[in-house]
Design a protein around this ligand. Structure first.
Ligand code: ADP
Ligand code: CIR
Length: 402
């Protein structure tokens, strides 16, 4: 397990002790200097700012957008709902200097109260979603428009589309207590019980799961990894494994994560490149769960999530793909090609992992300011183009050999 950074309590100011009664002939002792209240959260963000600035290898959006001016304006700010501070927002990025983003929203109100820092990060991540923009209404479009990206099964190993949901009435991770995790899990289980075939299945709580089962589920890409240091530093892993678990249907093509980064992650996945099948199953799953659960939404940001990169549609549509020629020089080079289509390249075990056996995870990068349909389409069209480029490179190689 990685580090765990606890939320420190604000210490009471030291009280001066009552002076001893002095002898009448001696001068009265002077009153002790009033001591300044030390607020550890403010001290943390001030030194955190310096730590970020001092590390030339840190390239997070937090470092880029936390200017001295923004720090000074926000360092004493708190949300009224949960008393969350700037420290709660930036702690993950300060403890993990290799963060890409570095911030989380400790509660829904933080998106408004800390907008001076979060708005520019959101704008940069989600392709120019400016403070004046509003996220469009949910629109899944016609799921049948997407076909199989790789009918010959030459490049794409598997396809997965997920979304995140927060359940109304529960705070985000750092403000959840143990009972709330248990209550959230119970609510989710009630919802799973109402799922129709072929989505129906079983919920497996992490509590009591053997290490063997857990590790197999992780290795097979079904379950979240344990001990994510980015989440731990954001105070998102407290009371682990209470209230955490995974639901899946019989063929493990429809899955739901409970209590990880978001309250729920709804997932559809299968082998091969049939995006239409994967997407339509996800839409069915979301719509079935909406019948029993109410999810948190904001007029400006769409579906609300813990990480600002997931706001809006919360859709990450990905393929596990092998593109040996385009990836010949590694992940960074492939990312440069993928940037043209606003795609994100991850390793084969998810974010912050390496590409094993030349298998990359390529997904839409933006989730906010576009519809669900458009988010999937970004991945679809981009990957279609990458496969075309790989084929072109294969043809060039063939010509060289002739
Ligand atoms: P998330 O997708 O929820 O943001 P991760 O990047 O950690 O989180 O991925 C979660 C898991 O899903 C990892 O095991 C990852 O390898 C797996 N995964 C992602 N895309 C695919 C895919 N197209 N096929 C199979 N597994 C996938
Ligand atoms: C980071 O900043 O790298 C982690 N907190 C993860 C951010 C989510 N990543 C993403 O690009 N969607």
């Amino acid at each position: 397990m990685g580090i765990f950074v606890s939320k420190k309590k604000i210490e009471e100011p030291a009280q001066p002790e009552d002076p001893e009664p002095s002898a009448p002939e001696e001068p009265a002792p002077s009153a002790p200097e009033p001591q300044e209240t030390v607020n550890p959260d403010v001290e943390y963000v001030v030194s955190g700012f310096e730590k970020l600035q001092a590390d030339p290898a840190c390239h997070s959006l937090l470092k880029k957008h936390l200017s001295k001016e923004v720090l000074d304006k926000l360092k004493e700010t708190k949300t009224s709902s949960f008393n969350s501070s700037l420290r709660d927002v930036i702690q993950s990025g300060v403890e993990n200097l290799d963060s890409g983003i570095g911030v989380y929203a400790p509660d829904a109100e933080a998106y408004v109260v800390f907008s001076l820092l979060l708005d520019p990060i959101i704008e940069e991540y989600h392709g120019g979603f400016a403070p004046t923009h509003n996220h469009p209404a949910p629109d899944f479009g016609d799921t049948n428009n997407f076909g199989d990206l790789d009918p010959d099964a030459k490049y794409i190993v598997s396809t997965r589309i997920r979304c995140g949901r927060s359940v109304e009435g529960f705070p985000f991770n750092p403000n959840m207590n143990q009972t709330q995790y248990q209550d959230l899990e119970k609510l989710a289980e009630t919802s799973f019980a109402s799922l129709p075939e072929p989505l129906a299945g079983t919920y497996y709580p992490l509590l009591g799961m053997t290490d063997e089962t857990k590790n197999q589920l992780i290795e097979d890409h079904f379950l979240f990894k344990e001990g994510d240091r980015f989440l731990q530093a954001a105070n998102a892993s407290r009371f682990w494994p209470t209230g955490r678990g995974i639901f899946h249907n019989k063929d493990k093509k429809f899955l739901v994560w409970v209590g990880e980064e978001d309250h729920l992650r709804i997932i559809s996945m299968q082998e091969g490149g049939n995006v239409g099948e994967v997407y339509s199953r996800l839409v069915q799953g979301i719509q079935a769960m909406e019948k029993t659960l109410k999810f948190s939404q904001s007029a400006r940001f769409g579906w609300l999530t813990f990480c600002p990169t997931n706001l809006g549609t919360t859709i990450r549509a990905s393929v596990h793909i092998k593109l040996p020629l385009l990836a010949a020089s590694g992940m960074e080079k492939l990312q440069a090609v993928a940037d043209k289509f606003q795609l994100q390249v991850r390793g084969s075990s998810g974010e912050h992992s390496e590409a094993v056996g030349g298998k990359y995870d390529i997904s839409n990068r933006e989730r906010l300011g576009l519809t669900e349909y458009e988010a999937v389409e970004k991945m679809y069209k981009g990957v279609e183009e990458l496969i075309r480029m790989e084929k072109e490179a294969e043809n060039k190689d063939d010509k060289k050999e002739e």
